[in-house]
Structures are given as structure tokens and as C-alpha cells.
Design a protein around this ligand. Structure first.
Ligand code: DAH
Length: 339
């Protein structure tokens, strides 16, 4: 190879090295240009056969060509390596400032928060909060509450009785049932304390109701009881009007209409004016003297009032919920609206 040829070879090889678009291509180009089988390396092997003065110039040019092509390949390699590295970095890029997937924050069920709200209203005017058993004796659910053995609510069509678990036949007041109301806690509470009594009792109750938009065989009530030396129907009205104002807002109006409950005399139903109509909100009345006698209080010395309200009903009216089953379906799209 003469000097001119060498120069041409170097020029083409340098162009191809510079044009190699990735590391594989560069390796192939480099091996072709300066590898063992390349023209230039073949030329170096032939140097020995040249005349001495040609040997020096050609030898120098060949070595220079190999050196400069090897350097060009190395330079191109570091550019391509850096590019490949940048592609990887770009692909793995993480934006540390993006919001991350936060876990869903839980909250109380609307029935729980409604019952809590009611209890807090009464707590703030001096009432205690107590709870009682869901499996109850007929005595507490009916007899001590002045409910005669023939009262229709005691029929199996209304009340769920529970078979005796100890093999014993239980009859009358000893029969076991799932409480149909929270009222039995009036009796349990009074029989363990002396008056005065101011207590509210939230809890779950059970009836043989068929599941529909306004009925559920399991629902919730809050019972209230106030017993003192001179409690009047005026105290009842004032207390429950205060409750309605706190729960439904200052515009709430209340109305009392006569009703019947075995354990109160007189008895009433309280209606609340809400969103343009009168809605039945709770049952109430003055504690019947027979109930005081059942717990060992002297009806000549104490008077009291009692009331009972449905938690589902309160929540439905307040929040415009039209189907009681929403409370139990546990659909987060519904429940999530009440945080
Ligand atoms: N226990 C009654 C019911 O479930 C509600 C009730 C009415 C409770 C009058 C009371 C009351 O304490 O005085 O329908």
C-alpha cells in the first residue's frame, strides 16, 4: 500500500467510525478497519518486504493510521456508551414530586356517627351513656315494661325467640329473645341504681320484619330515660325540643301527638318539621308507675320520662336517604359521602 492508499483507507474508515450508530455497529466497523483481517494490518505485515526508505515512511504512516483509527473508535465508543446510558436513565426516570398512591382513609359508618352525635347531645346536658345485652329475657323486654302476656308485640310474628342453650324449658318472663327495643335497658339501669337517673342507651334491636326500603329485621335505637323527684311532661318536651334543635338545626320545630306505649302514661309521638313536612321521629312518654314498681322505685317519690328513637330513621331524614338498605350494603360510593 502506498501513502495515498493509506490515506484513503483511513479517511473511509474514519467516516464509518463516526457514522456508527450503536456499539454493535461500531465494534463491526472497528474490527473491519483495524482488526486482524483489516487492510491496514495486512499492510503492516507487508512492511518488512519493502525497500528500506519506503519501509520507514510507509511504516510510520501505517502505525499512525492504526493509532488514529483506534483513537477515533475509542472516542466514538465513549459517545455511544454515554448515549446508551442516557436512554436507560431516561427510561427509569422517577418523578419524586408526583403525589403517591395514598391508602384510603377509613371513617365511622353513618349509623355509628349518627348514634355518637345523638349521645353527645345528651351527654352535654348531663346524661350518662350505657349499653345493654342484645340477647334478652322476656322479663326485661316485656313484663317489667308493663307489657301484658297477650300483647301482640310478643307474638312470634314480631319477636325472635331464642332456643334455650342449657336444655331448660323457659317460659313466660324467663323466655330468651333478641331484644325488640332498647327499652329493656331502662329496667336494667334502674334496678342497679338509685334515682336520679339520666341515661341514653344506643343499641341494636331485632324484629321479624321483612327487608324493604323502610324496614330491616336488624336496626338501631337510642333509648332515653330521666328519673328524678319532680320530672314533668314539660321537661320531656323541653329536653326533646332541645335535642331536635341540636340534631336538625335551629329551625327545627317539634310537635307532640298522643300515642300508646305500654311503659309510659301518657305516651306521645314527637314529630319534627323538616324539609317542609311533619315527620314522626320518636316515641316518648311519662314513665308508667308499674315500671317503677318493677325496679323497686317508689312511684310516690319519683317521676320520669322516657323516649326511644330509631337511628336509621334519624339519619335517613337528616341526609335524605330513601332506602334503609343503603346502610347495610356497605357500598363505599354511598358510605363515602358521609365522612
Ligand atoms: N320502644 C319503643 C319502640 O321500639 C319506642 C319508645 C316509645 C321508647 C316510648 C320509649 C318510650 O322509651 O317512652 O317502638
Amino acid at each position: 500500500m502506498d501513502l495515498e492508499q493509506i490515506e484513503r483507507v483511513v479517511e473511509t474508515a474514519r467516516d464509518r467510525i463516526a457514522g456508527a450508530s450503536d456499539l454493535d455497529e461500531l465494534a463491526a466497523v472497528e474490527s473491519e478497519a483495524v482488526g486482524r483481517r483489516s487492510e491496514i494490518v495486512a499492510a503492516r505485515r507487508g512492511i518488512g518486504a519493502l525497500l528500506p526508505d519506503r519501509r520507514r515512511t510507509v511504516g510510520k504512516a501505517v502505525n499512525e493510521a492504526i493509532r488514529s483509527l483506534t483513537a477515533a473508535a475509542a472516542a466514538r465508543r465513549s459517545v455511544l456508551e454515554e448515549e446508551a446510558e442516557n436512554v436507560l436513565l431516561e427510561r427509569d426516570r422517577v418523578d419524586m414530586t408526583l403525589p403517591y398512591g395514598r391508602p384510603l382513609r377509613g371513617t365511622h359508618h353513618l349509623l355509628t356517627s349518627t348514634a355518637d352525635e345523638v349521645c353527645d347531645i345528651f351527654r352535654s346536658i348531663g346524661y350518662q351513656v350505657a349499653e345493654g345485652p342484645e340477647l334478652e329475657l322476656a322479663w326485661y323486654n316485656f313484663d317489667a315494661l308493663n307489657t301484658p302476656p297477650t300483647h301482640p308485640s310478643r307474638f312470634e310474628s314480631d319477636t325472635m325467640y331464642v332456643e334455650s342453650f342449657d336444655g331448660e324449658e323457659r317460659r313466660g318472663p324467663d323466655e330468651l329473645l333478641l331484644r325488640t327495643q332498647t327499652s329493656p335497658m331502662q329496667v336494667r339501669y334502674m334496678e342497679r341504681r338509685l334515682p336520679p337517673v339520666y341515661v341514653v342507651v344506643p343499641g341494636r334491636v331485632f324484629r321479624t320484619d321483612t327487608w324493604d326500603a323502610t324496614h330491616s329485621p336488624v336496626f338501631h335505637q337510642i333509648e332515653g330515660l330521666a328519673v328524678d323527684s319532680d320530672i314533668t311532661f314539660g321537661d320531656l318536651k323541653g329536653t326533646l325540643a332541645h335535642f331536635a334543635g341540636e340534631f336538625f338545626g335551629p329551625g327545627a320545630r317539634t310537635r307532640f301527638v298522643p300515642h300508646f306505649f305500654p311503659f309510659t302514661e301518657p305516651s306521645a309521638e314527637m314529630l319534627v318539621w323538616f324539609n317542609g313536612e311533619w315527620l314522626e321521629m320518636l316515641g316518648c312518654g311519662m314513665v308508667d308507675p308499674n315500671v317503677f314498681e318493677a325496679v323497686g322505685y317508689d312511684p310516690g317519690k319519683v317521676t320520669g320520662f322516657a323516649f326511644g328513637m330509631g337511628v336509621e330513621r334519624l339519619a335517613m331524614v337528616k341526609h335524605g336517604i330513601t332506602d334503609i338498605r343503603h346502610f347495610y350494603d356497605n357500598d363505599l360510593r354511598v358510605l363515602g359521602q358521609f365522612r
